[in-house]
Write a protein that binds this ligand. Structure first.
Ligand SMILES: [Zn+2]
Length: 255
């Protein structure tokens, strides 16, 4: 495949994504999707006018979502909106990027980020807010990744009850990088690819942009084609639908 920029990749996906493509990215079984095709978002009061860098990062992440697919549109909401993806800035200066999962009726879905989160990480957090789980928490992950030390229950490496279609997506923006460790765990490589994993990754990475770091497992560069087909499956036109509410918070660990 010829070199391509992120913008070229996004444009090509729009035109080439097969209509019948099934989602592979992991989706939590309890998670509820947003009703309708317009998903409101807001800046909370913790993000002030002075936070221009953070605002720009968030806006560019929102734009990647809006430019990459045509099922849903994140739209700036009125400050009084009760249900919105609510971007907030956590207190403290430590890098923190985390999001609640999916939609909860009558409530906002919190996405906490500061300007130490790069744009791709904010795209990842928005993925959680839309209902996507971590790819590496799928029950079938061990075919593709070999954990060095799968940590305890409850962290971001624990197997989660997810639903998905056939192929595990090592190119997903919802997959962790091997150096992204659970909180309070020793630094180092947390998994390696199995032979099947390497083969699978080789197959998908040629589809990713060639820009810096885009062709790594755990890339925070672009939504993969399977991330987008998962979203297409979750949001086929859900206007007016109301379902059970989901809950959960996913705090992403630093590398
Ligand atoms: Zn995450």
């Amino acid at each position: 495949m010829e070199d391509q920029t992120v913008a070229e990749y996004a444009g090509r996906l729009q035109s080439e994504l097969p209509a019948d493509m099934r989602p592979f990215a992991a989706v939590d079984k309890q998670t509820t999707v947003w009703p309708g095709t317009e998903i409101p978002y807001l800046f909370g009061s913790s993000i002030t006018e002075d936070d221009s860098t953070l605002r720009e990062l968030i806006e560019s992440a929102v734009q990647q979502w809006n430019d990459s697919q045509d099922r849903i549109e994140l739209v700036a909401a009125e400050d009084t909106a009760e249900e919105a993806v609510l971007f907030e800035k956590p207190s403290g200066t430590k890098r923190l990027c985390q999001a609640s999962l999916g939609y909860t009726e009558g409530q906002s879905t919190s996405v906490k980020v500061n300007d130490k989160c790069e744009k791709g990480s904010i795209v990842h957090e928005i993925g959680h807010a839309l209902g996507l789980m971590h790819e590496h928490q799928r029950p079938d992950r061990s075919t593709y990744i070999d954990p060095v030390d799968w940590a305890k229950e409850g962290n971001n490496y624990a197997v989660a009850p997810t639903q998905y279609q056939t192929a595990y997506d090592l190119c997903s923006i919802m997959h962790y990088h091997p150096l992204q460790k659970p909180d309070d765990s020793p630094a180092g490589e947390w998994f390696t690819l199995t032979e099947a994993g390497q083969k699978s990754f080789d197959a998908c990475k040629g589809d990713l942009p060639t820009e810096n770091g885009c062709q790594e497992v755990g890339q925070r560069c672009v939504l993969s084609s399977v991330d987008l087909s998962a979203v297409a499956e979750l949001y086929p036109g859900v206007k007016g639908e109301s379902k059970e509410t989901g809950e959960g918070t996913v705090a992403d660990a630093p590398k």
